[in-house]
Each structure stands twice: as C-alpha cells, then as structure tokens.
Design a protein around this ligand. Structure first.
Ligand code: TMP
Ligand code: ASP
Length: 246
C-alpha cells in the first residue's frame, strides 16, 4: 500500500503517496532531534510508539467532532491519513509554565495558566521557528484572519478534550504543539502528530517527565517513558486491535 513516492520528508516523519489522491501514508521514523537538528539520534521503536499514541489521541479528538487527518493505522509506524495542504504554523498551547517559556520570560516554574496560553510559531528551519503575532502571520500570508481565529478556537477545544482524558489517566499536560492543514474542500483539519515528541506529559503524582524533554536533557529512559505513556492511555481494545503487548 505504501507507494515509493515520498512527498515530504521531515526530521522524524515521512509522507508517502497512495493510489488514492485524497489519502497519504505517514511514516513515523525512529529519528529524534532537538535544538533544530543540533542533537540527533535514532531510538529503536520510537516511531512505533509515537504512531500509536498519536492514533489514540486523534481518536479521542475525533470523538468530540473535531476533524483530524487520521484514518487508520495500517500497522504501528504507518498511519493512513487524509492528504492535507499543511499550514506552516506551530500552534503551541500551554497549561503549565515549562520549557522555552521559562527561558524567555519571568514565569515561575509550574505556574498554571487559566485560560491557557496559545503561542503561534512560524514553522521555518531557515528562520529558526520564530514566535509570531497575529498581524505578522497575516502579513506574511501564512493564514487569513478568519482561519487564524478558527484555529485558536479548535485548539482550545482540543486542549480541553485532551486534558480531561489525560488527567483522568493520571497525567498532567503542561503543553503541546499541533499543526493544521486544509483538506481538498478547504476545511481546516488537525494534522501532523500528537506524541511525546510534540507534547509534555508529566506523571501527576510523581511529576516524572514522560516525553522528549528526557532526550533534550540528555537523560536515559526515553523509550521507556514513551511506552509508559502508551500503557497509560491505551485500553484493552486498542491493544488488541494494534496487537500490542505492554
Ligand atoms: P517549548 O517549551 O520548547 O517551546 O515547547 C513547547 C511545546 O512544543 C512542547 O510540548 C514541545 C513542543 N515542541 C515541538 O513539538 N517542536 C518543537 O520544535 C519545539 C521547540 C517544541
Ligand atoms: N523539533 C525540534 C528539532 O527537531 C526541536 C525540539 O523538539 O526540541 O530539532
């Protein structure tokens, strides 16, 4: 089913054409990078677990009537998806102060935000993913005002849905980054991935870090943490369907 034609190659994923012009296959690879590629590695099974965690979280979001690219997992690591024309914005939602926010601004570590903060960065390796404001995003022609408002509204809804789900499983959700695209009818659809590569997940009791911050900080146990997220969020039906033992 995966044709040979690669249409997009990112730092951790590839997108392949299928026989159906409306569908693509997203391959989740084991490559892992940080600092815009300054730190690189390959972690066995990372793509496998990220694809499963993303599939589960996309399903949770779809259940609330929000459109995502997700159609099915062909097998762990390969996600059949709707083809989207991606918008080069990194839409970050912050519920708890962590990461670059603490390096850039005088927030207290673990300070909570209610309402959450939405931060939009320009997805551009050339410019180092700079933070935008609405006027700059619109002036650059990256998005129209109306669609920007729509994206913020959908993002807040996604945050609510995911927080509720993750908190019910004993996980804190300090922040996450998502990306959107347009489907062939021009609808805004959630794309990319929602995984420990693109989110912060903390154990609510112990505050253990269960995401890519372990890699960013040069710590061990990256894949064990990703697997722990999977084992926390998957139910028996998911494990059976995707043939997973945890
Ligand atoms: P930050 O605190 O480093 O700005 O990260 C905010 C969130 O965005 C965090 O959940 C990790 C995610 N993220 C990405 O998905 N890709 C990136 O390139 C960066 C810098 C962060
Ligand atoms: N995604 C960025 C990179 O691949 C940075 C990061 O996630 O920390 O280099």
């Amino acid at each position: 089913m995966k044709s040979e034609k690669l249409i997009y190659q990112g730092k951790a994923k590839g997108v392949y054409e299928t026989d159906d012009p409306q569908k693509v296959i997203v391959e989740f690879r084991d490559d892992i990078t940080a600092g815009d590629g300054a730190k690189k590695d390959n972690i066995n099974e990372k793509g496998f677990w990220n694809s499963i965690i993303s599939a589960k979280l996309f399903e949770i979001i779809e259940e609330e009537g929000i459109k995502t690219q997700y159609i099915d997992l062909i097998k762990p690591g390969l996600m059949l998806s709707w083809k989207l024309e991606m918008i080069p914005l990194e839409v970050i939602t912050r519920n708890i102060a962590a990461g670059s926010l603490l390096r850039r601004y005088p927030f207290e570590p673990k300070q909570t935000f209610d309402p959450p903060i939405i931060q939009i960065d320009y997805k551009s390796d050339e410019y180092g993913d700079p933070m935008l404001n609405d006027d700059i995003a619109i002036a650059l022609g990256l998005i129209e005002k109306e669609n920007l408002e729509k994206i913020k509204e959908i993002t807040l809804k996604i945050n609510k849905v995911l927080r509720k789900f993750l908190e019910s499983k004993g996980l804190l959700f300090p922040d996450f980054k998502i990306e959107y695209g347009y489907d062939t009818e021009g609808n805004i659809v959630l794309g990319d991935e929602i995984s420990p590569d693109t989110c912060r997940f903390w154990d609510a009791e112990t505050c253990d870090i269960l995401d890519k911050d372990l890699f960013r900080q040069g710590e061990s146990g990256v894949i064990e943490a990703y697997k722990r997220v999977a084992s926390i969020i998957l139910d028996e039906e998911n494990k059976k369907k995707w043939n997973i033992e945890l």
